[in-house]
Design a protein around this ligand. Structure first.
Ligand code: F7E
Length: 345
């Protein structure tokens, strides 16, 4: 019989890709879904029949105990989080409760009810904050947000459960990873959907915050492979996963419009900067102070040589392929318009 995996945060982007990967490998996949008022399982529709979902929440120890005890997983992937860095400034206590204390609750459930299970923690490049790039496993942490502070608590808990309790527990220090399933509030998806809507005449402009932030954007489908590899090693260890290539938010906007056959030029500075379509001077990008964060992480570029050497992992999808995949996924909505843009280009 195949192994049993338990995924928290299965309803999110990474949950979908990881569940798909594990089902393809013959795992029995269980997931935790929150008792929310709305149905949050729409991402999972193509896999739904093959999954077992349990009601639970990272803020509720009893539910986690019960799930871990009854499922008896071989592997636990802790992907559940309040994952929006900007939002964490508005809800710092909740973010710490879910991302930080929630991880400890799940580790306790494992320690008490399934101590042989292997544990993957969704760590993040946000831990590196403004430590100089490129960042790797040796780079000092410098959390800039409540999100990063909460993830730092989780990171340290994982290390302690590994060293003090002898549990196979690892941290994946993952740089930004995107896909067609990325939430609309993250900047890549926001840019892709807005560009398509603007070019289809359905949206006036794309309103953004800090255009200068640089991120190392990969494709989620590659990163879930890395998560799985981290749990198949002889000795548990922490790994950075990244592409090693970064660009600014401004350049990402340019690349999305280029992929759609249009060119952007920039005018003005700071809050007055605007992005204009070269062909007709239409103002398509504006800046609003609302989207700036109280503290920004300026430049994240990952050095994932350790993962390459020990896990034989590397990010195989380029940023151009990622952008194309995100655009293509919108075909149903903007199909005709995308075709038109390509012909004009
Ligand atoms: O922001 C800037 C923003 O929200 C990227 C999460 O998965 O990756 C993600 O966190 C950059 C930031 O992702 C807008 O200030 C400008 O510099 O897409 P994001 P993130 O904060 O990097 C890490 C690795 C995680 O662990 C997180 O869970 O883009 N930016 N204008 C904007 N960002 C947003 N969201 N919206 C804007 O309008």
């Amino acid at each position: 019989m195949g192994k049993i995996a338990l995924i928290t945060g299965i309803t999110g982007q990474d949950g979908y890709y990881l569940a798909k990967l594990l089902l393809d490998k013959g795992y029995q996949v269980h997931g935790v879904r929150q008792p929310l008022a709305h149905d949050d399982t729409h991402h999972l529709t193509p896999l739904r029949h093959a999954l077992t979902l349990h009601w639970g929440d990272m803020t509720d120890q009893t539910s986690l105990n019960h799930i871990v005890q009854s499922v008896q997983p071989d592997e636990i992937y802790n992907l559940a989080a309040q994952s929006h860095v900007g939002v964490s400034f508005a809800v710092p206590e909740y973010t710490m409760n879910v991302n930080g204390h929630g991880t400890i609750r799940l580790l306790e459930a494992l320690r008490l009810y399934a101590p042989e299970a292997r544990f993957y923690q969704a760590g993040t490049s946000e831990l590196f904050g403004n430590s100089p790039a490129p960042q790797n496993e040796q780079t000092p942490f410098d959390p800039q947000s409540p999100y990063a502070a909460a993830k730092l608590l989780a990171h340290q808990a994982v290390v302690k459960y590994r060293t003090q309790h002898g549990i196979y527990a690892v941290n994946g220090l993952l740089f930004n990873h995107e896909s067609p399933k990325r939430g609309d509030d993250f900047v890549t998806q926001k840019i892709v959907k807005a560009a398509l809507a603007i070019l289809a005449g359905q949206q006036d402009a794309l309103v953004l915050g800090n255009l200068d932030a640089e991120r190392d954007w990969g494709h989620a489908v590659d990163y879930v492979e890395g998560m799985w590899h981290m749990l198949q090693q002889d000795v548990p260890d922490d790994f950075v996963l990244a592409t090693g290539q970064a660009c600014s938010v401004r350049q990402f906007v340019e690349e999305v419009f280029t992929a759609l056959g249009h060119q952007i030029k920039w005018q003005g500075q700071g809050l007055d900067e605007v992005g204009i379509l070269v062909e007709n001077n239409q103002e398509v990008v504006r800046i609003a102070a609302d989207y700036y964060r109280p503290a920004e992480v300026h430049c994240l570029i990952g050095d994932s040589r350790k993962a390459q050497q020990k896990l034989n992992w590397s990010a195989s999808t380029t940023r151009q392929q990622l952008i194309q995949d995100m655009i293509d996924a919108q075909q149903d909505i903007y199909g005709a318009d995308i075709q038109t843009q390509r012909i004009r280009a």
